[in-house]
Design a protein around this ligand. Structure first.
Ligand code: ATP
Length: 306
C-alpha cells in the first residue's frame, strides 16, 4: 500500500500544481485582460522606481480605430499622492488604469513612472512595481492563507496574519472554524465582494509595491463594510503613489486631486471642496450619490424600527 500511495500522492501533488498553474494563468488572462499585442522591446530594461511619480502626458487611446476612448489625458501623481478618477459609466476610467499597467499601449502620448516610459521597460518589472486591487478578485481554490501569501510567497505566517489584520479581515478569518486554513474559492467558502476585496488588499499589503492601482467595486456596500474597506485602503495607500478608479465618495474626499472624466476628456479637476464649490459635473454627481445614500440609510432605519 505504501508503494502505491507514494506515487498516488505524487500524482496528486503534480495534478494540484498543474491545476494551480492553470488557475493562475486563467486568472491572469481574465483579471488582467492581458493582450498579446503588448510585448517587451528587445532592449527593454527593468523599471527603476525611485520616488514613484506617475505621469500621463497627452495620452490618446482607442480599442478600435473608429472610436476614440481617451482624447488627450494629462495628469501627474506626485510620489506618495493619491489621485482619484471619477466620472460617468463608460467615460474611460478603467481604461486609464489598464494603460498604466500596460495591458494596452496608448496610440500617442506618454505614460511614465519616474521618467521612464512604460513602453520601454520590461512588463515583469512594471507589474512588480504596481499593486493592483481589482474590482472583482478571483480567489484561488486554496486556503485563505495561500490566497493572501500570493502577494509574497516567502511571507511568514505572522506576516500573513498581520497583513490580514491591516486589511480589516483578520477578525473575520479568526472567527472561521479552520481559520487561515479555510478553503475558499469556487469549491470552498464563498466570500462576499467586500471580503474578497479585503483579501486582495491583504495580498497587496504583503507585496508592498511603490505604486497602487485601486479599481473600486461598483456594487453598493453597506456603510459598515465601506468604512472597513476605506480603513484598509487608507493603510495600504499611505506613502504610496495611488491611482484610484473611484465609485465611492469616501475615497475621493481625501484625494490630493480628483479628475472628472467625461467622454474620454478631463471635464474638471481639483480637490473635493473646490469641485463642490464649482457646482459642475462633480457637484452634480456628489449630490445624486448623497441623496441615494441617504435614501438607503433611511430605508434601513425604517426596517430596523419595524
Ligand atoms: P464604468 O464606470 O462603467 O466601469 P469606465 O469609465 O471605467 O466605466 P471603461 O471601462 O474605461 O469605462 O470603458 C470606456 C469605453 O471603452 C466604454 O465605452 C467601453 O465600451 C469601451 N471598452 C472598454 N473595454 C473595451 C474593449 N476591451 N474593447 C472595446 N471597447 C472597450
Amino acid at each position: 500500500l505504501m508503494q502505491l500511495s507514494i506515487p498516488l500522492n505524487f500524482i496528486g501533488f503534480v495534478y494540484r500544481e498543474i491545476r494551480q498553474g492553470l488557475t493562475d494563468i486563467e486568472q491572469m488572462f481574465d483579471l488582467l485582460d492581458v493582450s498579446a499585442e503588448v510585448t517587451d522591446k528587445p532592449d527593454a530594461k527593468p523599471l527603476e522606481v525611485d520616488q514613484g511619480t506617475v505621469r500621463f502626458h497627452d495620452v490618446r487611446f482607442s480599442y478600435d480605430p473608429e472610436r476614440p476612448i481617451l482624447k488627450g489625458i494629462d495628469f501627474e501623481i506626485p510620489a506618495g499622492n493619491t489621485v482619484a478618477v471619477v466620472g460617468p459609466s463608460g467615460a474611460g476610467k478603467s481604461t486609464i488604469s489598464r494603460l498604466l499597467f500596460r495591458f494596452y499601449d496608448a496610440q500617442s502620448g506618454e505614460i511614465t513612472i519616474d521618467g521612464q516610459n512604460v513602453k520601454d521597460v520590461t512588463q515583469k518589472s512594471l507589474r512588480a512595481a504596481i499593486g493592483m486591487v481589482p474590482q472583482d478578485t478571483v480567489l484561488f481554490n486554496d486556503t485563505i492563507a495561500y490566497n493572501i501569501r500570493y502577494g509574497r510567497p516567502d511571507a511568514t505566517d505572522e506576516e500573513v496574519r498581520k497583513a490580514a489584520e491591516m486589511a480589516q479581515i483578520g477578525a473575520f478569518i479568526e472567527s472561521l472554524p479552520e481559520g487561515y486554513d479555510t478553503m475558499v474559492g469556487e469549491r470552498g467558502l464563498k466570500l462576499s465582494g467586500g471580503e474578497k476585496q479585503r483579501v486582495a488588499i491583504a495580498r497587496t499589503i504583503l507585496k508592498a509595491p511603490p505604486i497602487l492601482l485601486l479599481d473600486e467595486a461598483t456594487s453598493a456596500l453597506d456603510t459598515h463594510t465601506e468604512q472597513e474597506i476605506q480603513a484598509a485602503l487608507d493603510t495600504v495607500s499611505r506613502g504610496r503613489t495611488t491611482l484610484v478608479i473611484a465609485h465611492r465618495l469616501s475615497t475621493v474626499i481625501n484625494a490630493d486631486e480628483i479628475i472628472v472624466l467625461k467622454g474620454g476628456e478631463i471635464a474638471e479637476r481639483g480637490r473635493h471642496l473646490a469641485l463642490l464649490d464649482a457646482g459642475g459635473l462633480y457637484a452634480e454627481m456628489w449630490n445624486r450619490q448623497r441623496e441615494a445614500t441617504e435614501a438607503e440609510e433611511a430605508l434601513r432605519k425604517a426596517r430596523e424600527t419595524d
